[in-house]
Design a protein around this ligand. Structure first.
Ligand code: C2E
Ligand code: MG
Ligand code: MG
Length: 700
């Protein structure tokens, strides 16, 4: 097969060039030729690539020496063969020294073909070597200038090479590092054992990567992501290890900081809730394995909120820090002290032999807080309440143990604070009962378990029925009825009070509307409204709707609120009270005298009725001061244009006293207990009949 060959002739004789070309063709080449005679021509020809230059030794306007120099300048490596007539041996040597590859007689070209073949081969070898050298140069430059540390060790792990980045980062020069073992900068035991794992991996020919903590020459910490690869020779023998190390100190310290923030409380430096759960899990697992008990103590500072609110957060913070210090003094090495948040702390005792061990810690804690805290020269007294629960006796999982220790702590608070309390099944039962009660109360309207009793209200002057007050009852599964005192508080706590009051208003309006309308505006329905209700925007609209739906005129509805409402200054309350007055509904102040308000308060509110609380009424005839007080209340109530009702009248003495002092209306067991609607029917219908008779016979 013919080999194509690009040949550049530096030759003045076209005939000579053709002769040589013919020789090439004979030798099996397919030459592509170009002939130049001057330097300029050669220079421009060298802009393209050639396999071979055949140069005449003697040229009229150029020379082989000059041609060689031109080729050198061009930077190209092209086999250069000189042809000539007879030449001196010294000239030959000199030309070969100048870079010519071969020299032969123009007229004896037998050597030409083998020479060309050899030169082409050698040129190829030279080209490959140049490429390889270039690659090595680039690689070594890359290693030298690498932004990561590169270390090369011998098979024993002794350092043979470190790059400048290594020197710069660790502070050790090549001379200092050279010959030492790769791990010579390692700091801790953990890294040292990772190093053992590293060697066992890489010596079996695999790569290894991981993180190490080192010390720089100046002692500073350095975290590095390290990867180590073995280098093998042609026989597969490990000759070196290449170690690439990247500085990850910033990332590591950031991670550590995050880890700290995630696990420790900023203020006290104690473990936080997250770490607590972790430690608790570990403690419970070990208790399971080794069949021992753990104890959990929940500690809450008593009335700490008062300190914070009245003395400010900075004193509060100081107090918490000092508390943390005192608590630390109560525990031992393996125990964990946690700040759960606010003023709540937890102690985990991972291994106790008897309940007495935990009790001793709790005793110590309570004692610690009996000493006052001195903050900026002042003394503050803050005591602590502690709840104790055990694993596995009081809970089978961490959450249960924690919850039960918490309940025990609340029990300690209930019993007067500044003490500890163990969790007991009793506490648990109370809680479960309360939760069940809550659950039933949430569904009370839906399950239709509420009903109303009505207590009639009479005019003291003539004993005629003036109206009735609706009082809610909750029917229990055993058929008994619960009075509001047994569930209104809880309903307020769990946000059910509005639903209950709304049900009461709708039901009472619907049930009594026929009597109210039949009485031509004379009888009144009184409803108790919780302070929450008055904070509901648009409450007056609800009232208006109920009145309209049942055809009741507004002045026949009296809404009773307690003094709590007056003290509470919410703007929504004001807006609702004003809207209700505009609507024409009557407002009544219930249980007057038991709250914080004074008659002064009443001046600012448009109340129509004042109900003197039963606690005053039942003192009539017992305490002369009370009698005077009631007299004053009645007089001032009248002075403010209000009607006055006496509540809870049980005896005729009370009735007569109130009547004699001008009290307008009366309500109490003396007249009637609160009764179901049907039982009220008789009194109301009796009254309506009397009224009708009065109307028929006005002379009476
Ligand atoms: P209140 O509005 O002052 O109602 C009068 C309470 O005194 C009623 O208790 C009534 O049964 C009781 N009582 C009446 N006369 C006498 C008496 O001669 N002697 C004695 N010892 N007690 C008498 P009840 O029904 O247990 O209601 C207690 C409180 O619960 C009510 O006090 C009222 O503040 C509240 N309440 C009642 N129903 C509702 C309601 O539907 N919604 C709201 N938010 N509170 C209600
Ligand atoms: Mg009332
Ligand atoms: Mg009352």
């Amino acid at each position: 097969m013919e080999t194509s060959l690009k040949v550049l002739f530096v030759e003045d004789s076209e005939a000579d060039a053709e002769l040589t070309t013919a020789e090439l063709v004979r030798g099996g080449f397919r030459p592509e030729i170009h002939r130049v005679e001057t330097r300029d021509e050669l220079e421009s020809a060298l802009e393209s690539s050639w396999d071979l230059i055949i140069c005449d030794y003697r040229l009229p306007r150029f020379s082989a020496e000059e041609a060689l120099a031109t080729l050198k300048r061009s930077g190209q490596d092209i086999p250069f063969i000189i042809t000539s007539g007879a030449v001196q041996a010294e000239q030959t040597v000199s030309l070969l020294k100048q870079g010519a590859h071969d020299f032969m007689d123009k007229f004896a070209l037998a050597r030409l073909i083998p020479a060309i073949e050899r030169e082409l081969r050698e040129a190829e070898i030279r080209r490959k070597r140049r490429k390889a050298e270039e690659r090595v140069r680039v690689l070594s430059r890359a290693v030298e200038q690498s932004p990561v540390s590169v270390v090369i060790t011998d098979p024993q792990g002794n350092i043979e090479y470190v790059n400048p980045r290594f020197e710069q980062l660790t502070g050790y020069t090549f001379n200092e590092a050279s010959g030492r073992n790769l791990g010579f900068t390692l700091l801790d035991q953990e890294s040292a054992s990772a190093m053992a794992e590293l060697w066992s991996t890489v010596s079996s020919g695999r790569e290894w990567s991981g993180e190490f903590c080192s010390a720089k020459r100046d002692g500073q910490l350095l975290w590095e992501q390290v990867s180590v690869s073995p280098l093998t020779d042609a026989d597969g023998q490990i000759t070196h290890y290449v170690v690439i190390k990247e500085d990850v100190t910033v990332r590591r310290s950031y991670e550590e900081q995050l880890l700290r923030q995630a696990h420790y409380d900023q203020l006290t430096g104690l473990a936080n809730r997250v770490l607590m759960l972790d430690r608790l899990n570990v403690a419970l697992e070990s208790a399971n394995r080794n069949h021992h008990k753990c104890a959990l103590l929940v500690i809450d500072l008593d009335h700490f909120k008062n300190v914070n609110d009245s003395l400010g957060h900075s004193i509060g913070d100081n107090l918490l820090k000092e508390s943390a210090g005192r608590l630390t003094g109560c525990i031992r090495g393996g125990d964990t002290l946690v700040r759960m948040g606010g003023d709540e702390f937890v102690v985990i005792l991972p291994k106790i032999d008897t309940a007495r061990d935990a009790q001793q810690v709790a005793e110590k804690i309570v004692q610690q807080f009996e000493r006052p805290f001195t903050i900026i020269g002042k003394n503050y007294r803050v005591t602590a309440s502690v709840g104790i629960a055990f694993y596995p006796d009081d809970g089978k999982n961490p959450h249960l143990v924690l919850r039960n220790a918490d309940l025990a702590m609340y029990k300690a608070k209930d019993l007067g604070r500044n003490q500890y309390h163990f969790f007991t099944e009793d506490i648990n039962r109370q809680l479960i009962e309360r939760l069940e009660l809550e659950e039933r109360l949430r569904r009370v309207v839906e399950l239709n378990e509420l009903m109303l009793h009505y207590q009639p209200i009479y005019a003291l002057a003539d004993g005629r029925l003036a109206g009735f007050e609706a009082l809610v009852r909750w029917r229990q599964p055993d058929g008994s009825l619960w009075a509001p005192g047994q569930f209104i508080g809880l309903a307020e706590e769990i946000g059910m009070i509005q639903a209950i009051d709304t049900w009461v208003m709708r039901t009472a309006c619907r049930e009594t509307a026929p009597w109210l309308t039949a009485s031509s505006g004379r009888l009144r329905l009184a409803l108790n409204i919780s302070p929450h209700q008055l904070q509901v925007p648009g409450f007056s609209t609800q009232v208006e709707e109920q009145l309209a739906a049942n055809g009741i005129s507004p002045e026949q509805l009296e809404l009773e609120v307690t003094e709590r409402v007056l003290v509470n200054d919410a703007s929504e309350t004001h807006a609702n009270i004003e809207a209700l007055c505009r609507l024409g509904v009557r407002l009544s102040i219930d249980d007057f005298g038991t709250g914080y308000s004074s008659l002064g308060y009443l001046q600012n509110y448009p109340f129509h009725t004042l109900k003197i609380d039963r606690s005053f009424v039942s003192n009539i005839g017992v305490n002369t001061n009370t009698a005077r007080l009631i007299d004053t209340i009645i007089t001032m109530g009248h002075g403010l244009g209000m009607e006055v009702v006496g509540e809870g009248i049980e005896s005729d003495t009370e009735r007569q006293f109130l009547r004699a002092h001008g009290c307008d209306l009366a309500q109490g067991y003396l007249f009637s207990r609160p009764v179901p609607l049907e039982q009220l029917r008789f009194s109301v219908e009796q009254d309506l009949k009397l009224v009708a008779e009065d109307a028929a016979d006005p002379g009476q």
